[in-house]
Structure formats: C-alpha cells, structure tokens
Design a protein around this ligand. Structure first.
Ligand code: ATP
Ligand code: MG
Length: 658
C-alpha cells in the first residue's frame, strides 16, 4: 500500500481516557505489557496456570517444526472440567452460568451445578452412541443451551466438534460434514427466528443424502419448537429427550493432551471457499481465558457478560463458551434477532439481566444507529461498563455512537481484532489502560507480536500502511487447515517468510497504533494510489445521513479502478429522484473533502440492503462482481440472495463523471 495516499486518510483525532474507577480496579494493568515483553514464553506459561491441569506442562512452546506449533505439549487437561466442574468444586455451583432468553420470551437460568449435570448426561449419551475420543461431531443447532452443553460434552470426551451455523443451507452443512467426516450430527427440530419456528432437521436429512456423509451413524435431535412434521429415520435419528435425559448425571472427565484437537470451525467465507480451521486444547483455552479476563476486565462475582454472536462462529466458541465459562462468568444467551418482536429487544435484555459487558459486531451497531437513537434511550443501560466490537473494522462514527448511545458517553469501547484462525483476541485496547481512539484496534495484547509490513516484508514506519502480520506464534493459533497442511502453508505462511499473514491491510499511526484497513483483496488501486475500502466507508458513515456503506473498486479504463460506493441511509425516509441525485453529489463531495479528491467515489448508490455473510459481514467481492457486470461468485455464505437482485437492478444507471 503506497504511503502517500494514506497520509491524508483517517484524520480521527478523538481520544478517550479509561474511566478512573475502572483503571483503579483493572484486572490487567500496563505492567503486563512489560512483563510479556521481557519474557513472552514465561508470560504465557504463567497464563496457562489460570487453568486446572491434570498434568502440569513443563514445556511452553515447541516451534521446532514451524509453522506447526505445539503449546504446553506435555501437559494434560480436560476442557469441560475447566469450564464447569472446577467451579462447582470451588463452591460456585449455585452461580448462574447461563441466562437463556428464547426469542419467544421463554427463559431458563442454568447454574454451574446444573450445567455440570447436563454436560455429564450429554457426554454419557454421546458415549452410548459410540462416539470416541477423536471422532468428529457436527453440531447444527439454534442458540439454545443444548448448543453449549453439546460443545462441552464433546470436549469432555475428546471428540472434536464442528459447528455449522443454523442459518446455513443443506449444501453448506453437507460440505462441512463431508470435509470433517463427522460421525454424529446434533441438531434440533428447529429454532425461533423472527417470531416464527424455522425448521432445521430437514436440512440435516437432505445433507445426509449426499455422497461423503455415509459415516454419520446417528442424528441426535433436540425438541425446541415442537413442530409436528419431523421426518424420522429409524435407527439413525434419536430424540435428545429420550437419549440424554435417561443418562446418569455423573461422568468422570478424562485428561487429554494439550495438543488434542478441540474443534474444527469453518471461516465465514467472506473471501471465498471456507477453510476448516483446527484448534487444539491447552493453548487455545489458555488464550481465550486470559483474553476474556484482560480485554473485558471480567469480575466473575459481579459481572453479567453478553456476547451476541452465534455459537456457530468463532466469537461464540471463544467468548460465549470457552473463555467466559473457563473464567466462571455469568452470561446471557439469546436465541433470536435484535428486532423481534421490536427493535429495542437487545436493550430490553441488557436492562432485564443487568448486563455489564456487551460484546457485539459493527453490523449490529450500524443497524441500531439506522433504527434511531430514541430506541436504546427507552431502556436503562446504566449497568454497562465495558463495550466490545469484533468482526469488521468499526467506522469511527459507529464507534462513537456506540459509546454515546449504549455506553452513556462514559463506557470504554474495545475494538478487538482477531480471526477464526487466531482463536482468541490478538489486537485490542485494554479498558483500564489504553487511551482509546475510535476506529482503531490499537495495540497487540501482552504476549502477542504483530506488525505491519510492506510488499518486501519490511516493517513500515509509524504513519505508513501495508499488511498486517503476526511475527511470533501464539497459544490459540490454528494448528492447520483440517486435512490440508499445504493450504495452511500456502494461505498463511508463504507470503512473508516466517510470519503469519492475516490477509488484512493495516496502518500504523504516528503513535504506532494499528488501524485495520479491511481485507487485502478489497484494497482499491485508483490512478496509482492504493486506497482502502474501510477508509472511504468510514468517511461516508461520518455523514449524518449515512448508516452503512460498502465500497469497491470496479475496473475503469481511465483510473485502473473507480470507486463505487453502496450506501444505506439512516432512518426510513424514501428519497425522490431529485433529492437522491443531490444527496449523491453531497456524499461524493463529503468524501472528497475528508480524504482528498483521489478518494472521491465515482458512483454512489443508495440501496436498501447490502450483501452480507451469515455472520453479518459485508461481502464486497459480490458488489465488485455487480459493479463490473460479471456473474456473481460463490454466494453460498450469503444471508439473502435477493439482496443482490435488488442491487443489480439498480446498477446499470448512468455512471457519474469527474
Ligand atoms: P474468510 O476467511 O473465509 O474470508 P472471514 O475472514 O470473514 O472469512 P472470520 O475469521 O470470521 O472469517 O473473520 C476474521 C476477519 O474479520 C479478519 O481477518 C478481519 O478481516 C475481520 N475483522 C475481525 N475483527 C476485526 C476488527 N476488530 N477490525 C477490523 N477487521 C476485523
Ligand atoms: Mg479470513
């Protein structure tokens, strides 16, 4: 990425100091950075002692065969024991682990003692189905307690799980079952989505007719919606309430090697075919436990934590299940969508449970911004003390809105950068330490080494941009791509010798803080300048009429690529043709003023929706296809394919000129 074009971009100057009260009591202080810098491996060895090991590790990192890492390799532990049993043994059996809130409004609070019994029963049930350590179990469930119980039951018996988000189709499910060669599928009759039951079992039945899924012996089905027409394959399908409920609620956890596989999880597919990312046991649990403690400043006795992600994404694995439960947290688990039955549902849940820490995604924050400030204002959100963001770059305006309207203008916001591949948070402010900057993930956490390099792998100076790389192995790193070591090497380790290439563009500001600039595949080349999609999008979102923006570079004979922007306007107002044309000009001028004439979009198209992955991320590659009149690429990870038709219908309109 050329430096001159970045110099005039991102002029964000707002700064927010940590609240004094939080800083005074913070779990982690500035000293941790020093300690980790002085002895990185010693630092992680100390964090591993957060866990209860059956056999304490004596080795920290084995990096003798890079990039295949082994962490704490001679240690043994059981993940479920660490997330559940040990809290009960420590006298915390009556503490609520999960406050479940179903979309229709049904609720269930599960203590650690109950969770221990549920997980034990499920572990016994899987064992009865013949599942052994090492066998893969696919989990295709809505956001109900049984999803958490199933994951922990698999971990307890050493059977790696592979979660498939409940919104995926039979095709997507089938390819994931095939790739992992799963032996059992855990599913439900359905779940509640936007006020209605939405069936899941038919997708499993269909997926299991595909070649390559023959090794699935059993399908364990939770009754959630009570739909009447559930098709049944005798000898294969079994109801959860028949099998699990009759099991003993005692189960002795077995200790597994620290490098025993814990789960396979497919990336969200923003850039193309999803990759089956493999995570293992000891290093993963160490890092998710530490980062959850450090980044969210969790006080397990008093906090109520809520991560709004689905358990089907890595954020749900690391910050609904393994991080919070290993730390003995009390948390909220919500089944449904933010706007069912009304657009204040999330804020109502915060008020109801006294949520103190909220972790969500920019897409949700931008939706709330679009729906209007008056909605959260109707609820008491004063319990909140830390706010987090993950999944995409957060535009400074959305960040400030989040702090202002959800966090009462005082609550720190932590923008956390990480990936399915990294397993845990890597770059983030610490709420009691860092003076935050809206839109920046800022600093690698203690024990994490990241930097920004240019095309020739040289570290860029402060104030310049390039590619984000991780320069030292970390405990929760992916160990490989399932069944494809070569793709693992090619994708992450071949671009820059000896360094992990994250695939994201980034910039270091004058203080050396890191700003994520979006995926490298999305960077635009305009008249010899590299321009990041994130920066143009943030400039658009800083206009009071824009709630959300997606920017792509479309091939252009004069400028190599021309910037094409798709924007969602705030509020519900439908614009007339003339008003719309005037606004388009206003937005182009606004970006030109903020970022310089080179970054001024050639075209600006107001749209009602943007194409997103099922995890809510904008899929720019599809917008690029549209802008260049190509047939669309892989759309299987798209939430709603009709969105693309609506956008395509708008597009052949007259291109703007400059
Ligand atoms: P695929 O790898 O299949 O294209 P994906 O990259 O969307 O899918 P995830 O692992 O869910 O799959 O997402 C990780 C990516 O999300 C990061 O590489 C980065 O592009 C983006 N991301 C996550 N958190 C942040 C953040 N705080 N700031 C900027 N970008 C972020
Ligand atoms: Mg990725």
């Amino acid at each position: 990425m050329s430096n001159e074009s970045l110099a005039n971009l991102l002029k964000e100057e707002r700064r927010f100091a940590p609240p004094a009260a939080l800083a005074a009591q913070a779990n982690v202080t500035a000293e941790a950075y020093e300690r980790a810098r002085a002895d990185r491996l010693g630092f992680w060895a100390a964090q591993a002692r957060r866990l209860t090991w059956h056999t304490e590790p004596t080795e920290t990192l084995d990096w003798s065969n890079p990039p295949f890492a082994k962490w704490f390799a001679d240690g043994k532990l059981n993940v479920a024991y660490n997330c559940v049993d040990r809290h009960v043994e420590n006298g915390l059996g009556d503490r609520v682990a999960l406050h479940f809130e179903g979309e229709p409004g049904d609720t269930r609070s599960i203590t650690y003692a109950e969770l221990q019994r549920e997980v034990s029963k499920a572990a016994n049930a899987l064992t009865e189905l013949g599942v052994q350590a090492g066998d893969r179990v696919a989990i295709y469930l809505p956001m109900i307690p049984e999803a958490v119980v199933s994951m922990l039951a698999c971990a307890r018996i050493g059977a790696p799980h592979s979660l498939v988000f409940g919104g995926f189709s039979a095709d997507a499910l089938a390819t994931r079952i095939q790739d992992a060669d799963a032996r059992v599928v855990i599913t439900a009759d359905g779940g509640y989505r936007r006020g209605k039951p939405s069936a899941l079992k038919p997708a499993v039945d269909e997926a299991l007719t595909r070649p390559g899924t023959e090794n699935v012996r059993s399908v364990l089905v939770v009754r959630r919606t009570g739909q009447e027409d559930v098709a049944w394959t005798e000898g294969r399908d079994v109801w959860w309430h028949d099998l699990v409920e009759r099991q003993s609620d005692r189960h002795t956890p077995e200790a597994f090697d620290a490098e025993h596989p814990l789960f396979i999880l497919y990336t969200s597919g923003t850039t193309g075919k999803p990759k089956g990312i493999l995570h293992t046991t000891g290093g993963y649990l160490t890092q998710v436990s530490y980062t959850h403690h450090a980044v969210f400043d969790l006080k397990p006795e008093s906090d109520v934590f809520w991560c709004t992600a689905d358990v089907g994404w890595v954020t749900g694995h690391s910050y609904i299940v393994y991080g919070p439960l290993s730390n003995g947290a009390t948390e909220v688990l919500y089944e449904g969508t933010p706007d069912t039955p009304h657009r204040g549902r999330w804020w109502e849940i915060v008020q109801k449970y006294g949520v103190t820490i909220l972790y969500t995604a920019p897409t949700a924050i931008r939706a709330a911004m679009k729906w209007g400030d008056d909605i959260p204002a109707k609820f008491d959100l004063s319990s909140l003390r830390v706010l987090g963001s993950v999944g995409e770059p957060i535009n400074p305006e959305a960040w400030v809105w989040y702090r202002e309207h959800i966090g009462a203008g005082t609550t720190p916001v932590v923008d956390t950068w990480w990936q399915t591949e990294t397993g845990g948070i890597m770059i983030s402010p610490l709420p009691g330490v860092t003076e935050t900057k809206p839109g920046s993930a800022q600093v690698p956490l203690p024990g994490i080494a990241a930097t920004v390099v240019d095309d020739d792998a040289n570290e860029v100076p402060d104030g310049a941009g390039g590619y984000l790389v991780l320069t030292e192995p970390w405990p929760s790193m992916l160990r490989t791509i399932w069944n494809d070591d070569q793709r693992f090497l090619d994708t992450y380790w071949s671009r820059f010798e000896g360094r992990y290439f994250a695939g994201d563009g980034a910039k270091k500001d004058e203080d050396g803080d890191i700003w994520l600039l979006g995926r490298v595949d999305d960077v635009m080349l305009v008249s010899g300048h590299n321009i990041s999609t994130t920066e143009v999008e943030s400039a658009l979102v800083s206009h009071p009429k824009v709630a959300e923006a997606a920017v792509v570079g479309a091939t252009d004979p004069q400028t190599t690529q021309a910037i094409c922007a798709f924007v969602i306007l705030r509020g519900e107002a439908e614009l007339g043709e003339e008003e719309s044309a005037a606004l388009v000009e206003e937005l182009r001028a606004h970006v030109g003023k903020q970022l310089g004439p080179i970054a001024k979009p050639k075209r600006v198209l107001p749209v009602a929706e943007l194409p997103k992955t099922r995890s809510g991320k904008i899929m720019r590659r599809l917008l690029r296809d549209v802008a260049e009149n190509r047939t669309l690429g892989d759309v299987t990870t798209l939430t709603d394919s009709s969105v693309m038709e609506l956008i395509q219908a708008k597009l052949p309109a007259a291109p703007g000129e400059d």
